[in-house]
Design a protein around this ligand. Structure first.
Ligand code: NDP
Ligand code: 2IT
Length: 449
C-alpha cells in the first residue's frame, strides 16, 4: 500500500512486516493511516510519541484452546481469541464472533476498528474483540452451552467489568451471552456487568438487540438530511444479511417509511417486490438461525437467487451492507452506481472494499463507514454498562433517545472533522480522524506505555 507521507509509509511497512499474511488487519490499518496523513502533518508531537506505532500494536493478544464435548460424547477442539487493543479511554470493549472463518487477522482488524468506533460514541470504552472458529450452525442448544462454558473457563481470567467487557457479534446473540455470563458468574462468584447484550432479567438493557440496526438508520437519516436535504421516507432499500443488524435495520427503515426489497444470507438473497415481510424473516432466524431460502417457501411470490453478492444487482436508493467484511466489492459498487444508488451505509464492519469505497466516493454516492454508522450497538452496550453500575434500568424510550442523540453527534463529529482537515463530505476520513484524535490525546496524557 502506498502513502504520500513517508513517515506513515514507514509505519505501515513495519506493521506489514510484523503481521505477515494478515490481510484484513492490514486493510483496516491501511485505511485508517490513509485518512490520517493531514493530521500527522499538523501534529508533529504524534510522531514524537510514536502514537501510530503504538496504536497499530495491540496492548495484549490472547489465544487459547477450547475443548468441549459434542452430543455424541466426542471431544472437539476450537481456537479462542481475545485482543485487547487499546485502553486509553476506558476498559477494553468489543464483541465476540463465533464463525468458522475467525482467525487472528479478522480478530485484530475488528479490535483495531473497535477502538476508533468506541471513541466516536463519546462513551468511555477502549477497543477489543474476540471470538472463536467454532461454527454454531447445526449445533444443538446443549452443544452451544457446553462450548460457551468451555470458552469462558479460559476467558474469565482476562476480563472484568472494569477491565474488559465483551458482547455479541456474528454467531453470538442473547442466548450465547447468557451461557457465557452464567459461567463467568459461577467461576468468579460475582454478579456484575462483565458482558453486555445480556437478557433483560439479569442486567441487560432495553433496546440493545435493536441498537445497531436502529442506530444505522438514525445515522442515515441525519446524513441524508444534512448532506442532501432528503430523508429515508419513500426510499427503496437493499440490506445484506438477515441477522441481528440486518433485521433491526430493516425494521427501523420500514418504520421511517422506506421499502426494503431484498435481504440475504451467506448462500443467496431473496427479493420481494411487495417489501420484505420482517415477521417471516424473524420466524426463520429465531432459535436455529435458518437459511433465508425458507422465505420463499413461506411466501412463494418472492424470488430467491443463489449467491449472496448478487444482492447488489437489485436496484435501490440506499444499500446497507449488514453481513460481513469485504462483501461489497468494486464490481458490486459499479452495479449500484449504474442503478442510481444515492447512499451506501455500513451496518457490518468493513463490508466495503477500499476499491469499492473509492468508486462510490468518485461517483458522489454518500458513503457512511461502519465505525461511525454501526456504532449504535456498542453505544447501547456502553449504556448497559452505565445502568449496571447504577444498578438501575432505563426505559426503552430513554435508551432510544440517548441512542438517537449519539448517532446524530457521531455524524456531525465525523462531518466536522472532515471539513476541518480539508476533506469536506468525506465521512470515512472524518470518522477516522475524530475517533483517532481522542484516543491519541488520552495516550499522550497518560505517559509512555
Ligand atoms: P448475525 O450472526 O446475527 O448475522 C450475520 C449475518 O451475516 C447472517 O445473515 C449471515 O448469514 C451473514 N454472514 C455471516 N458471514 C457471512 C459471510 N462470510 N458471507 C456472507 N454472509 C455472511 O451477526 P450480526 O448481525 O450481529 O453481525 C453482522 C455484521 O454487523 C458483522 O460484520 C458484525 O461485525 C457487525 N456488527 C454487529 C454489531 C452487533 O451489535 N451485533 C454491532 C456492530 C457491527 P448466514 O446465517 O448464512 O451465516
Ligand atoms: O462491532 C461491534 O461494535 C459489536 N459487535 C458490538 C460490540 C459491543 O461491545 O457491543
Amino acid at each position: 500500500m502506498l502513502f504520500t507521507n513517508s513517515y506513515i509509509q514507514s509505519v505501515y511497512d513495519s506493521v506489514a512486516v510484523r503481521n505477515p499474511n494478515e490481510t484484513e488487519f492490514l486493510q483496516a490499518v491501511g485505511e485508517v493511516l490513509q485518512s490520517l496523513q493531514p493530521v500527522i502533518q499538523q501534529r508533529p508531537d504524534l510522531q514524537q510519541h510514536a502514537i501510530l506505532e503504538r496504536m497499530c500494536e495491540p496492548e495484549r493478544f490472547v489465544q487459547f484452546r477450547i475443548a468441549w464435548q459434542d452430543d455424541s460424547g466426542k471431544v472437539q477442539v476450537n481456537r479462542g481469541y481475545r485482543v485487547q487493543f487499546n485502553s486509553a479511554i476506558g476498559p477494553y470493549k468489543g464483541g465476540l464472533r463465533f464463525h468458522p472463518s475467525v482467525n487472528a487477522s479478522i480478530i485484530k482488524f475488528l479490535g483495531f476498528e473497535q477502538g476508533f468506533k468506541n471513541s466516536l460514541t463519546g462513551l468511555p470504552m477502549g477497543g477489543a474483540k474476540g471470538g472463536s472458529d467454532f461454527d454454531p450452525k447445526g449445533k444443538s442448544d446443549s452443544e452451544i452451552m457446553r462450548f460457551c462454558q468451555a470458552f469462558m473457563t479460559e476467558l474469565y481470567r482476562h476480563i472484568g467489568p472494569d477491565t474488559d467487557v465483551p458482547a455479541g457479534d456474528i454467531g453470538v446473540g442473547a442466548k450465547e451471552v447468557g451461557y457465557l455470563f452464567g459461567q463467568y458468574k459461577r467461576i468468579c462468584n460475582q454478579f456484575n456487568g462483565v458482558l453486555t447484550g445480556k437478557g433483560l432479567a439479569y442486567g441487560g438493557s432495553l433496546m440493545r438487540p435493536q441498537a445497531t440496526g436502529y442506530g444505522l438508520l438514525y445515522f442515515v437519516e441525519e446524513m441524508l438530511s444534512s448532506m442532501k436535504q432528503n430523508s429515508v421516507k419513500g426510499k427503496t432499500l437493499v440490506i445484506s444479511g438477515c441477522g441481528n443488524v440486518a433485521i433491526y435495520a430493516a425494521e427501523k427503515a420500514q418504520q421511517l417509511g422506506a421499502k426494503v426489497v431484498a435481504m440475504s444470507d451467506s448462500k443467496g438473497y431473496i427479493y420481494d417486490a411487495e417489501g420484505i415481510d420482517l415477521s417471516l424473516v424473524k420466524s426463520i432466524r429465531e432459535g436455529m438461525r435458518g437459511p433465508i431460502i425458507q422465505y420463499k417457501e413461506l411466501k412463494p411470490s418472492a424470488v430467491y437467487t443463489e449467491g449472496c453478492r448478487n444482492i447488489w444487482s437489485v436496484p435501490c436508493d440506499i444499500a446497507l451492507p449488514c453481513a460481513t467484511q469485504n462483501e461489497l466489492q468494486a464490481e458490486d459498487a459499479a452495479l449500484l452506481i449504474s442503478n442510481g444508488v444515492m447512499a451506501v451505509a455500513e451496518g457490518a464492519n468493513m463490508p466495503t472494499t477500499p476499491e469499492a469505497v473509492s468508486l462510490l466516493q468518485k461517483a458522489s454516492v454518500l458513503y457512511a463507514p461502519g465505525k461511525a454508522s454501526n456504532a449504535g450497538g456498542v453505544s447501547v452496550s456502553g449504556l448497559e454498562m452505565s445502568q449496571n453500575s447504577l444498578r438501575y434500568s432505563w426505559t426503552a424510550e430513554e435508551v432510544d433517545s440517548k441512542l438517537q442523540q449519539i448517532m446524530v453527534d457521531i455524524f456531525h463529529n465525523a462531518s466536522d472533522a472532515a471539513k476541518a482537515y480539508g476533506m469536506e463530505g468525506n465521512l470515512l476520513a472524518g470518522a477516522n480522524i475524530a475517533g483517532f484524535l481522542k484516543v491519541a490525546d488520552a495516550m499522550i496524557a497518560q505517559g509512555v506505555y
